[in-house]
Structure formats: structure tokens, C-alpha cells
Design a protein around this ligand. Sequence first.
Ligand code: AMP
Ligand code: GLY
Length: 419
Amino acid sequence: MKVLIIGSGGREHTLAWKISQSPKLTKLYCAPGNAGTAIVAENVPIADNDIAGLKDFAVKNSIDLTIVGPEIPLVMGIVDEFEAAGLKIFGPSKAAAKIEGSKIFAKNLMHKYNIPTAEAIVYEKVEDALNFVKKVGTPIVIKVDGLAAGKGVFVAKDQKEAEEAVKRILVDKEFGAAGNKIIVEECLKGEEVSILAITDGETILPLASAQDHKRVFDRDEGPNTGGMGAYSPAPIATSELLNMVQEKVLKKTVAALKEAGIIYKGILYCGLMMTASGPMVLEFNCRFGDPETQVILPRMKNDLLEVILSTLDSRLSTIALDWDPRSAVCVVLAAGGYPGNYEKGIEIKGLDNVKDGVVFHAGTKAVDVKITTNGGRVLGVVGLGAPLKEAIRKAYDAVKQINFDKMHFRKDIGAKALK
Ligand code: AMP
Ligand code: GLY
């Protein structure tokens, strides 16, 4: 089979690495890819939001299956476009991807079907939103309705921060039209966990659990990032919790969408907060998580290509997912300044010295014989081991081999799970 993977981050290198191990594969492309995907696939210089360009490439090269990494092309409707052209593609349709593309759509669905989530109200006018914040008090959470590359959520600890967030979204239009409406939401407390599931619209198979580390500094301090590291499994995700999520969240969500005439096929990602009154949904994503994928797929024993084809053929019920019992830990190596401004084009050294572990590239570029930085999150270094402590040690041993100017990373990935 000829397969095309769309995207250029750590998640896509991990997908390409995993798919490249499938005996069914004959040729793998990645658009646009990075220096890591170039090791296991042929990169094609087409942007992930150039749907016409991607479709044209898939037709001309007789691509048998396209796998979409990021949310933007999914929310734009790449799946509908490819299917209309008779092309096989893995991911939810435009209507289904709205579960990530509009936080208001997702919230309404959850409220209507009693899926546990924070109470929330939608606002378009600054005064109305601020009056509400004054009335209910802080802390409070303010969210941009549309896609905001992970930057559209503000957890305001006082009135001043709430006012500033509302102003940035509704007045300064920092998020453009994605911020025409906001959600003002009850602030939940607890530990977070990501549960990703694969579904053909009928069968729902949860993947191994994972926990992301969103804050830039150790002990969860500093601003939010795209994710500074992850581990899988998350001990907090007990089988009791997983059952609860399957029954109260995943099944209900897929059924609710079906009632609206939407068959959800693809990955359904739930970001959950473990509150005193049980797990609550913080957000849905319509795709694999990044960096969760970097710790989930190295533990998957199945042929991912086969699992995806089963989903597309609506025979996911015939699949049993099988996981390596060892833990996986991913430490993200970021560029100096990230998640703020950072330089690109810095040479990365020592990649070949890593012997026990896998290095997934995120923001990297091959320039002649060198590999240079090309983004904020540069690499995801993964260690596998049992117990978790051993996986942590292996990941950090591998990190020691690599270096680039102004590189920074968290020193406490996985530490929370050891307690
Ligand atoms: P989201 O993109 O909705 O997952 O939000 C990003 C981050 O904001 C989450 O991972 C949480 O840390 C935080 N967050 C989102 N919603 C809430 C909430 N209702 N209460 C507390 N924290 C939240
Ligand atoms: N790790 C968070 C996300 O993929 O959205």
C-alpha cells in the first residue's frame, strides 16, 4: 500500500515510524514532514492546509490511504474532499471534526447529552461576559470558541486576568474570527489525563492512557505549551476510570453525534480532569494528541495500518488492541524562548549517539548533512522500560546525548506518576 501522512510534528514522525513497520506498506510519503519523517518516508513539500494540493498529489501518485495528523485540515474538511474524489482517508469528516473546531458545539453536545463537563455560558459581548464574571467570581476559565493552536484557553485567577482575557479575544481580536464568541466556564480542580480512542462510529476502542505536561517549567509552572512531555500508561487511569469514560463520555459522544446524523470515524481524544465528583471533559480533539502519540504508539503491538483500515471498513469490532506492558516516557526538547519567541536554524548535535531510546523529530529540518532546529518543540526523546522509573531514566539518559544551543526541557516528566 502507498500511504501519505499529513503534518510535520512529533506526532507525524511517530505515525510515520509506526506505519513504516507495517508489512502492508510499499511506499510512505509525508507532507510536508520534517527531518525525522525523511528517515522513514519521502517528504513532499505540500503544506498541511493545502487541501487541493494534497488531493492532487494523492490522485497523481495513486495513494491508497491518507492519514491526517493535525486538526486544521480536518476542521477545514479534508476528509470530505478526499472521499468525494474517491480517496481513502483516515480522520473525522468536517461535521465530526467540529467537536474540536468549535468549543461551543462540543459544549452544547455535552450539556444536551449529560456528558460530564464544566458549566459554561457563551458570550459575544464584552460587557455581558464581564458582568457574569463579576457575579460568579474567580478563578474562572475563558475559552476562544474556534481553533487557537492550544493558546485559546485562559485560566483567570482574578478579575483583572479575566478582564484581560475577554478583551484580548473579543476586542483586540487576537484570535481573529475564531474568537468571535467565547465560553466562560467554571474552573475545575484535579489531575488531568488524556484518553484517546479509535472508533468506526460503532465500535470504540480506547488506546493506552497518557498524561501530557502542558506547562513549560518543572512542577507545572509557567505558561502553557503544546506539551513538554508525556508518559503512558497513566496510573491515574485505572480500569474503573476507563470504564466510566467509555460509558459516560465516549459512547455517549459517538451516539450523540450519530443522532445528529454524523458518523464519527477516526481518533476521538478526550482531555479529562479528575475532579472530586468524577472525571469531567475539558476538551475534545478530533485527532491523535501531541506528544501523547509519542508514548502511545511505541507501546502498540498491533499493525497500526491494519487497525486504521479496519476502522475505515467499519470492522473495528474484529480488532483487539495489544499493548507493551512497559511504560513509555517522552521528554520534549524545546528551543530557547519557547513557548514565546525562539530562533530557528540551530544545529542539533548527538542524535546518532542515542542507542537505547527513540528520538522523534518535531521542529527539525535537514540542511545539507546537518539537522537544524525549525520550530519551538524540536525533538521528543522516548524511553521504554518497566517500571516507569526505568523508562524515565532511559529517556533522560538519551536526552544527555543530544544538544543544541539554548535547548531546554523539563526535568520532571513522569515524576507525578511515581508518587
Ligand atoms: P483545553 O484546550 O480545553 O484542554 O484547555 C487547555 C488547558 O486549560 C487544559 O489542559 C486545562 O489545564 C485548562 N482548562 C481547560 N478548561 C478548564 C476548566 N474548566 N477548569 C480548569 N482548567 C481548565
Ligand atoms: N497534547 C495536547 C494536544 O494534542 O492537543
